[in-house]
Write a protein of this length. Structure first.
Length: 414
């Protein structure tokens, strides 16, 4: 009997098994990301293997940020091999394959795909998984999954990855196009991106939206706030999440700190941007990354939550998960403008210019619009991750005629 087979490993109680090629790494990225949340919910009654991110390019000095740290943490992740990180979900497994993230040249792409595929197949054998539903979030997984035996292929189109600044745009666009063409289902969280790609997907596309961990993101009383945030004087303007230099408008943050000196700007999250620029602002408090488990308690200490995004291709086709998390906490939210806000403009204040953004934050701190926390939370309660996962399962498992075997067209290299 093989390891992970009947009698030794986690057993799903029904339905297909799932293999998800994630865009993040379980061991060091924020576990609020959609692929992790969806797969955790699916794993309640199915076997799930999450394949940690295989990257989109090798970090390079002078181009990438924090190169040594990124390489070190990836090596630590790889050393964990296959693990079951959630005791309450024995069917949920994570593997960190050894990748060669060199995607510009066909030969290195084929070598990398073969290397990763061998490792994923070994993990599947260990866990007793065959003919899975394959979910791909990161486009570079296409070369890996093309020849894999599978029940169906799902492209989780959570972002336009070719717009990532460090990506080889032409190579990633080609991989995205191949997935859009050959996936059995294409899931979208951005209506703008879904509309832009309608010509490539036809009836295979559907809008799943993002979910929110409604039980986790609930308002906590002051006595449950972490000590470091309680020590920061109010009122508090807060942000939690990745402080990435290709997403966050740091100039706007600095203006906010300068023009609202009476308020504290609380920033929670890892940063790829030099934070020394805020050293001369005594009202800016960068607390760094904090565990997912403690984020709602930190957020509960905010008086106003902000989403200060840059206006770029990535954001225009994005749907930040933190939007629903802020609302689930009942927080008043001020955001820069982007397309997916169209369904939230009755609950979110939009600053179309830096001056407007700052004025809106100032108005909320003065008490204009701080009395609707229950309404904000209630509005996102139907969007639990369990409900999103149920939609995913119902769509991807509705085709039961058998295992998908790639055709010659499906294995064409983009």
């Amino acid at each position: 009997m093989r390891p992970g087979g009947a009698g030794t490993g986690p057993q799903a109680t029904g339905g297909a098994a799932y293999v998800c090629f994630a865009a993040q790494d379980w061991w060091y990225h924020n576990r609020a990301h959609s692929d992790f949340q969806l797969m955790r919910s699916v794993a309640r009654d199915r076997k799930v293997l999450v394949v940690n991110s295989i990257g989109m390019r090798m970090p390079r000095p002078g181009v990438s940020t924090h190169v040594t740290r990124r390489l070190t943490r990836k090596l630590r992740s790889i050393a964990r091999l296959v693990r079951h990180p959630l005791p309450d979900l024995p069917g949920f497994a994570v593997v960190s394959p050894v990748p060669l993230p060199l995607y510009r040249w066909p030969l290195t792409r084929r070598l990398n795909a073969g290397l990763v595929r061998v490792q994923v197949r070994a993990a599947m054998w260990w866990l007793g998984i065959s003919d899975p539903v394959v979910v791909v979030t990161l486009p570079t997984a296409w070369d890996v999954v093309r020849p894999m035996r599978r029940r169906s292929l799902v492209f989780n189109r959570s972002d336009r990855h070719s717009a990532f600044p460090e990506a080889d745009t032409a190579s990633i666009e080609a991989l995205e196009s191949a997935l859009l063409e050959h996936a059995d289902h294409v899931l979208y969280v951005s209506r703008a991106l879904m509309t832009a790609e309608a010509g490539s997907t036809g009836g295979r596309a559907w809008f799943i939206d993002h979910g929110v961990d409604t039980a986790h993101f609930r308002r906590r009383p002051p006595e449950e706030w972490p000590e470091d945030v309680r020590a920061i004087p109010g009122p508090r303007i807060g942000f939690f999440g990745a402080l990435d230099d290709y997403l966050v408008d740091f100039d706007l943050l600095e203006r906010l700190a300068t023009e609202l000196p009476e308020a504290s700007l609380v920033l929670i999250g890892d940063s790829t941007h030099p934070m020394e620029r805020f050293a001369h602002h005594p009202n800016v408090h960068w607390l760094g990354a904090r565990p997912y488990e403690s984020i709602p308690a930190y957020g509960s200490a905010f008086d106003v939550a902000i989403m200060p995004w840059l206006d770029n291709e990535w954001i225009r086709h994005a749907n930040p998960i933190k939007l629903k998390e802020y609302l689930a906490l009942g927080l008043p939210v001020v955001s820069t403008d982007f397309a997916e806000l169209d369904g939230y403009r009755d609950r979110v204040r939009v600053g179309t210019t830096p001056d407007d953004f700052i004025a809106t934050v100032r108005s909320l701190l003065a008490g204009n619009g701080l009395d609707a926390s229950h309404t904000r939370r209630t509005s996102v309660l139907p969007y639990s991750w369990d409900s999103r996962a149920a939609l995913l399962v119902s769509r991807t498992e509705e085709r039961t005629e058998g295992t998908h075997r790639p055709t010659s067209a499906a294995v064409r290299t983009p």
